[in-house]
Design a protein around this ligand. Structure first.
Ligand code: 2BA
Length: 109
């Protein structure tokens, strides 16, 4: 048994959750926040048989897109003035960030 933990963008969450559910995978959806952008993202946890991990990853790849996002970051202009001018940075947000973790025990009561 494996646990697939997938951090994805909110925009892709419903379609991916629907697809996984249709394909009979158990999914739990968590509302999470990225440490860098400090904006909302979605984390899915999917408990799955070892042989099915690649299939789950393929479904995630199918349904999740990378997107570019512009963020403004404060940066000092001249060292000691204390004046900060925000400047835009472009970041490419996955797709999906996926962790596959071994599960020692899987119990349901
Ligand atoms: P965030 O931390 O909000 O990061 C959003 C995007 O910002 C990242 O996309 C990456 O393109 C950029 N980024 C992150 N940290 C950066 C840094 N120190 N300097 C410059 N750019 C940076 P992704 O890499 O696709 O990550 C999407 C989300 O997946 C992340 O949102 C975070 O919530 C999660 N994540 C990514 N790597 C992780 C890891 N190693 N452990 C736990 N969560 C992770």
């Amino acid at each position: 048994m494996k646990l697939v933990i997938a951090i994805i963008q909110d925009e892709d969450a419903n379609i991916l959750t629907d697809r996984l559910t249709e394909e009979k995978y158990g999914v739990t959806k968590l509302a999470t926040t990225g440490g860098f952008l400090k904006s909302g993202n979605t984390t899915l946890i999917i408990g799955v048989a070892k042989e099915k991990v690649n299939e789950v990853i393929d479904i995630i790849k199918d349904e999740c897109s990378t997107r570019k996002q512009i963020v403004t970051s404060p940066t000092p202009t001249v060292g000691t003035t204390g004046i900060f001018v925000p400047y835009p940075i472009e970041v490419t947000v996955g797709g999906a960030t996926i962790f596959v973790v071994d599960v020692d025990q899987f119990l349901k009561y």
